[in-house]
Design a protein around this ligand. Structure first.
Ligand SMILES: Nc1nc2c(ncn2[C@@H]2O[C@H](COP(=O)(O)OP(=O)(O)OP(=O)(O)O)[C@@H](O)[C@H]2O)c(=O)[nH]1
Ligand SMILES: [Mg+2]
Length: 312
C-alpha cells in the first residue's frame, strides 16, 4: 500500500482567526512535549456524525456525509501538515448494521489500521439519544476486544447534535449530565472495567455541533449553548488525553489476532452460518417440498397449508 503524502492543512484558514490561533497554540504545546503528529481515530454506530466531525475538525469537506446509511465500508485517513505538525484523522464506517455489530466492518477497520499508531480515539455518539441499550454495550465491547482495555485511557466521548433543547423540562446541564452518565456507565460495563479503575480514567465527554446552523460568537466561532467555542475545546481535550501519561496504541498483527486463538476464526462465523443455512435449512425445505409432492393431499388440506393456488 502506498503511503499517503500529507497535504498542507489549508482548511485551518476557514476558521475564524481566534480559533486558528488557539489551534496553533495547542499544536505548539504538543510540539514542546516532542509530539509532532497526532493520529485521531473516530468510531461509533452508524449515522452518529463521525464523518461530519472529521470535516468540522479539518475545516474541509473531505469525508462524505449522509443522512442515510453510507454504502462504503472503507475507513479513510486524511493527513494534513501545518507548521511541521502532522494531523491524521481516520474516519470509519458505522459499526452497527441491522441491529448487530458489523463484524465485517470491524475486520476491515482492523486491517486498515495495521501498523498504524492511534494517539486518540473519539468514540462518537449523539447527545440527543435518550437511551443506551445492549447494542451500545456490544459496540464498546467490540472496540475493547479489538484494541484492548487500554484504548479507553486514550479516548474521549464525543456527543454530536449538541445544539438541542432538552425534553421533559430538564435544563441543558442536567440533560448533558444524565446522557454522559448513562453512556459512561455503558462504556464501563461494555469494556468490563472496574468502577474505581474507570473513575481514575476520568474519560472526558465533549460536545460537538456539526450543523451549519450552529450558533457563533462575535468572533464567528461556532459555540455550544453555554458559549464555549467547541472546535478549540475538542482539540484542547484531545491534547490533554495525549498528555495523560498513557501510551499510544500501535495496531500490530498480534493485537489484531487477539490473545484468544479461538477468536481468530471469528471473521468466518457469518460465512459458516450462511453455509449452514443453505445446507441444513435449504436441505430441510427441499425435503419437505419433496414430501409434499409425493403425498397426494386433498386440495382443502393444501389450501390450509397455504400451498395450493387460491383458485377455489
Ligand atoms: N444537527 C446536526 N446534524 C448532524 C450533526 N452531525 C451529523 N449530522 C447529520 O447527521 C447525518 C449523519 O452524519 P454523518 O457524519 O454522515 O454520520 P456518520 O457517523 O459518518 O455516518 P456513517 O458513516 O453512515 O456511519 C447527516 O445528515 C449529518 O448532516 C450535528 O452535530 N448536528
Ligand atoms: Mg461516515
Amino acid at each position: 500500500m502506498m503511503a499517503q503524502v500529507p497535504r498542507e492543512w489549508t482548511g485551518i484558514q476557514q476558521f475564524p482567526v481566534t480559533t486558528q490561533n488557539r489551534l496553533l497554540e495547542l499544536l505548539g504545546k504538543l510540539k514542546e512535549e516532542n509530539v509532532s503528529s497526532l493520529t485521531i481515530l473516530l468510531m461509533g454506530k452508524g449515522g452518529v456524525g463521525k464523518s461530519s466531525t472529521v470535516n468540522s475538525i479539518l475545516g474541509e469537506r473531505v469525508a462524505s456525509v449522509s443522512a442515510f446509511q453510507s454504502e462504503g465500508l472503507r475507513p479513510m485517513m486524511y493527513s494534513r501538515i501545518r507548521a511541521d505538525f502532522t494531523l491524521n484523522i481516520i474516519d470509519t464506517p458505522g459499526l452497527v448494521e441491522g441491529g448487530y455489530v458489523n463484524e465485517q466492518a470491524l475486520e476491515i477497520i482492523k486491517r486498515f489500521l495495521l501498523n498504524k499508531t492511534i494517539d486518540v480515539l473519539l468514540y462518537v455518539d449523539r447527545l440527543d439519544s435518550y437511551r443506551v441499550d445492549s447494542l451500545d454495550k456490544q459496540v464498546i465491547k467490540a472496540i475493547t476486544d479489538t484494541f484492548g482495555k487500554r484504548i479507553w485511557q486514550r479516548s474521549l466521548v464525543v456527543l454530536t447534535h449538541a445544539q438541542l433543547s432538552p425534553p421533559d423540562g430538564l435544563n441543558y446541564d442536567e440533560f448533558f449530565a444524565r446522557r454522559s452518565e448513562a453512556l459512561l456507565k455503558c462504556i464501563r460495563f461494555g469494556a468490563r472495567i472496574r468502577k474505581e479503575e474507570f473513575q481514575k480514567l476520568a474519560l472526558p465527554v465533549v460536545l460537538v455541533e456539526n450543523s451549519g446552523r450552529c450558533k457563533t460568537n462575535d468572533n464567528g466561532e461556532k459555540i455550544l449553548p453555554d458559549g464555549t467555542p467547541w472546535i478549540p475545546k475538542l482539540v484542547e481535550v484531545m491534547t490533554t488525553v495525549v498528555a495523560n501519561g498513557s501510551k499510544s496504541i500501535t495496531v500490530d498483527q498480534k493485537l489484531i489476532d487477539g490473545p484468544d486463538p479461538n477468536n481468530r476464526g471469528k471473521f468466518f462465523i457469518p460465512l459458516i452460518l450462511a453455509f449452514q443455512y443453505f445446507v441444513v435449512v435449504k436441505g430441510i425445505q427441499r425435503a419437505i417440498e419433496q414430501d409434499i409432492r409425493n403425498e397426494s393431499k386433498p386440495l382443502w388440506e393444501l389450501r390450509d397449508m397455504g400451498l395450493a393456488d387460491r383458485k377455489f
